[in-house]
Each structure stands twice: as C-alpha cells, then as structure tokens.
Design a protein around this ligand. Structure first.
Ligand SMILES: Cc1cc2nc3c(=O)[nH]c(=O)nc-3n(C[C@H](O)[C@H](O)[C@H](O)COP(=O)(O)OP(=O)(O)OC[C@H]3O[C@@H](n4cnc5c(N)ncnc54)[C@H](O)[C@@H]3O)c2cc1C
Length: 321
C-alpha cells in the first residue's frame, strides 16, 4: 500500500503522472475505461483504413515540454509535420497519435476496460475505487485525469464532499462537444499534407491520414471535425444523417473520389471552454489530485504540462522507503 497511487484515465496527462511516479519507485495503477490508451489522442481503425480521430498534431511551446518532445523524437515516438501556416512547429506521434500514449504506457500497470463508477474516501485514510464489474482498487493517493465533469460525477457517486467554493469552480469547467466524421475514399483526396483548418460553414478541420503519414492500404482516409455549434446541435444524429446533411461541404475535399467507407465518433468532452486558475489541483488533506487540459490549457501540450506539474507535487509527498 505504501506510496500506492491510483490514476483514473490513460490520456496523456494521466500517463505522464503515472510514469513520473513509477520512475521514482511508487506503485501506480492506471484505470482506463476504453479498450486502448490515449483518450482524446486516440486512433481508430475502420476496415483497412486508420484515422487519428481526436487530436491531429500538437505543439511544444513550453521549453521543458519541448525538450521532452525532442527526446521522444530521438526515439522515433514523435515526428515533426508540415505546418501550412508556418507558425509554431507541429508534432505528431508515430505510427499514429495513439503511439505516444502507447510508448508512455509501456511497463506501467494499466488496466484497460476498467470503468470507474465511484470513488470513496475511506475512514482508514485511503481511497477505494469502484470499477464496473465489481473490482475494488485501493490507493493511498488518487489522481483524476479524466475530463472534469466525469471526475466530479465519480466523487459525487462515492459521497466525497469537496470544499464548496472549489466544487463550484470545478463545476464551472464546461467542455465543447465535437463530432468527427471518418471517410475512406477510393482515390486521392484534395486535402493538403498538413491538413487544413476551416473557418466557414460546419466543418472545422480536415486532414487526410494517408498524406499525414499513417501507414495503410487505402488511397485516402479523411478525418473531418465539425464545429462546436454544429456538434452540439446535432450530437445525437446518426452517421448516415450527418454524411447526407453535409455532403456539399465534404465534396470539395474528396478530389473527385468516392466515399467507400464511413464512420463517426462523438467527443462529448472535446475541449474545455475555460480553464482552471492553476495548471493542476492537489488537495493534500484528501491526497487527491486533478490534472488534464482543463487545468493546463485546452490542448495536448496543456494536458501534458498539467500532468507533469501534478506529478512534481505528488513526488514531494512520497515517503522514502
Ligand atoms: C476532436 C478533437 C481534436 C483535437 N485536436 C487537437 C489538436 O489538433 N492539437 C492538440 O494539441 N489538441 C487537440 N485536441 C485536444 C487534446 O486531444 C486534449 O487536450 C488532450 O488529449 C487531453 O488529454 P487529457 O489527458 O487531459 O484527457 P483525455 O485524453 O480525455 O484522457 C482522459 C481519459 O480518462 C478516461 N476516463 C474517463 N472517465 C473514466 C472512468 N470513469 N473510468 C476510467 N477511465 C475514464 C477516458 O476514457 C480517457 O482515456 C483535440 C481533441 C479532440 C477531441
């Protein structure tokens, strides 16, 4: 039990906390509800096509994060990608966005398909984490690296009461949804190599995963992200309804080719609308931490910085063996 930490969520923030603590000898268990790691940096296979369905690339503006990214690049885990706006350097994970999370999860104790349904603070001074299916996991410390509304629901389900003002400011952290349409084409697309941000209509982003360098056996595999407004208004629409409704807006990107495979993903918590005042939250009296993009900033880099900041805080509380 000594120095035992339970982390909920195997997105980049949770995995970085777990790695940093494990590298200092702490026992860490990561619980992840999905079948794979990566969270919003996940990759999806549809037939023989492969799509980055969430984050498309990331920046490393912070000098410490930049140094870490360059270290990952030397190991082949990430690589720079063309930036059509010639602004900040852009990075992608290899062979696809999930590649970074997979590399971070290596040698960690990560339990997949482990959906937490409640967390309880026990009288003995430890956390009891209730996983769907009956498993009970105990830890001295608890890290919530899931989107904040999901974390608050788990605390509420376990009867954990946070200080009133803090609870109110966490409840204020709302997220935009994002619908992602995934289309396989029978020919080359008209999407530029670095993808393109779209500023008019209902599309927000388009990228061809083949041009982006994801290895696969199809001529084109396009990810379309829809705007927050359209995604909120059409959140329950089916894949067929969306492809039909948006056919005219998708067409210019198809380069005359035909869609031969389609899928969609609904991101309920795509990006935080506002962020918390600090880049992480640690409550020493409860040995409870929060991290993620709602703390460090609404991007991969912000989530990573948040996880690393929380890890530094927790490392200071570890007991020496
Ligand atoms: C469509 C889209 C496009 C984006 N584009 C970009 C981009 O181009 N560049 C960029 O930098 N960022 C982008 N982002 C944002 C970026 O993906 C996120 O900021 C970052 O990945 C968040 O990481 P995180 O660790 O905070 O959370 P997440 O990645 O969301 O990880 C949280 C994890 O917690 C798990 N979880 C939740 N509840 C439970 C539970 N009850 N039990 C167990 N596990 C649970 C989830 O399954 C998830 O794996 C995009 C996001 C989306 C959705």
């Amino acid at each position: 039990m000594k120095n035992n930490t339970v982390v909920i969520g195997a997105g980049i923030s949770g995995l970085l906390v777990a790695r940093e603590l494990a590298s200092r000898g702490a026992q860490v268990q990561v619980l992840e509800k999905s079948r794979g790691v990566g969270g919003r940096m996940s990759t999806k296979r549809v037939g023989s096509a492969v799509f980055d369905q969430g984050a498309q690339f990331f920046s490393a503006r912070d000098e410490h994060f930049d140094a870490r990214v360059r270290c990952w690049a030397r190991k082949g885990v990430v690589a720079p990608i063309a930036n059509p706006t010639s602004g900040t350097e852009r990075w992608v994970a290899r062979p696809s966005m999930t590649g970074l999370a997979k590399a971070l999860a290596k040698d960690l104790r990560v339990s997949l398909k482990s959906q937490v349904q409640a967390v309880r603070w026990h009288d003995c001074g430890c956390w009891e984490v209730d996983v769907v299916g009956g498993e009970l996991v105990r830890g001295e410390r608890l890290v919530m690296a899931s989107p904040v509304p999901q974390s608050l629901a788990l605390l509420e389900a376990g009867g954990v009461i946070l200080p009133e003002q803090l609870e109110a400011s966490l409840h204020d952290l709302q997220y935009n949804p994002c619908l992602a349409l995934l289309a396989t084409l029978d020919g080359p697309s008209a999407v530029p190599e670095g993808g393109e941000a779209i500023t008019t209509g209902n599309l927000r982003w388009v990228s061809d995963n083949v041009r982006k360098g994801l290895a696969q056996n199809v001529p084109s595999a396009i990810t379309f992200h829809l705007t927050p407004e359209f995604s909120a208004a059409n959140y329950g629409a089916s894949e067929n309804e969306l492809f039909t409704q948006l056919a005219d807006e998708l067409k210019p990107w198809l380069g005359g080719a035909t869609i031969v495979g389609q899928a969609m993903h609904r991101w309920r918590y795509s990006e935080p609308k506002t962020t918390f005042a600090e880049d992480h939250l640690w409550l020493p009296e409860l040995r409870l931490g929060f991290c993620g993009d709602a703390f460090g900033g609404p991007r991969v880099e912000g989530a990573a910085i948040s996880g690393l900041a929380l890890a530094r805080k927790i490392v200071g509380t570890l007991q020496t063996p």
